[in-house]
Write a protein that binds this ligand. Sequence first.
Ligand SMILES: [Zn+2]
Length: 338
Amino acid sequence: MSCADWECFCAICGGPLRGVSYWIDDDEDSPRPGLDAYNPDVFLTRPEYPELEWLDDIRALGENPKTSAPSTVWLSGPASVGVDGDVRFELEKDSDPALQDMPGAGYMQAYCLEGQNPWCAPFHVKCHEVLRRFLGVESLDREVLNETFKSLGSRDGWAAFLEIDYGDITEHRTRDWFPLRNHEYLVSDPIDIEWLARFYKRLPQRKEGGDEPGGAYNTQGDPFSTLPLDILSLLVLSIPTMEDVFKARMASPALANVPLSQSFWKSRIVPDMPWLWDMPTPSDEQRLSVDWSRVYKELFWGSQRNGTLGLCNRRRIWTQMCPQFGKRYASIVEAKDH
Ligand SMILES: [Zn+2]
């Protein structure tokens, strides 16, 4: 069990900022033996837990309003969190200028929006990378990011995260991190995902007659059945998400009869799953040989709960967290540009 009295969490993903090495094995004293803990078999390389090391790789972003440096905003080097909601880091000769003349730099209360303490927010380096990918920029502007975080800060003097909806992760935090069986994905590395790297290297190959034949459903009474197949195909192609494609095909047998080609499935992968930024561009040979329908489905299900842990966490951060920062970040950039 964690000995933390009060810990702070990642501003971006909401997760713990240190390795979660405190799962309980089937403790007989536990009211729900084995359930209030992660499954030790999931993190196979125990006791070193290299899969969880990314949790310790954190930075803090904050400000020093009284600095004489040109920018009041600073980014720390490698940091860690303490047991009273604090963030710690070494102050080096090459640390940001705004840190050099700040009393107490290197040992700071996190998420402190009011009072004497200057503002700072800690985050995982890898979550910062997911957010950068989400925003589609070469690098995140630290002043804009700091303003984004600060504008989402809580006035609660005991704040341990931002005042936003942390989605799936919310129930796992009290005063410290609360591990739950079958929720291991919440602490899984969202960037370096072994399963995904292997999958990209060996994409499933098409079998003979790979395209779906189509035309299996009775279209009697379906008004769409009066339209020619090429128009129906265009209609299916114009539906923005696969979920809506499936709904349309359930509602209309004529649309369900439109064969979904391999190129159709391929064209849907990245638009439907934009968190797959590392999907390699297929070679000409792969365009023809790969079973893109299977690729789509495996990546889709791999991104869901009970799918692949890291990929599921990546989707969670991308779809639940990044939009909350993205809009704010973009509007701050726009305001700065005018
Ligand atoms: Zn994080």
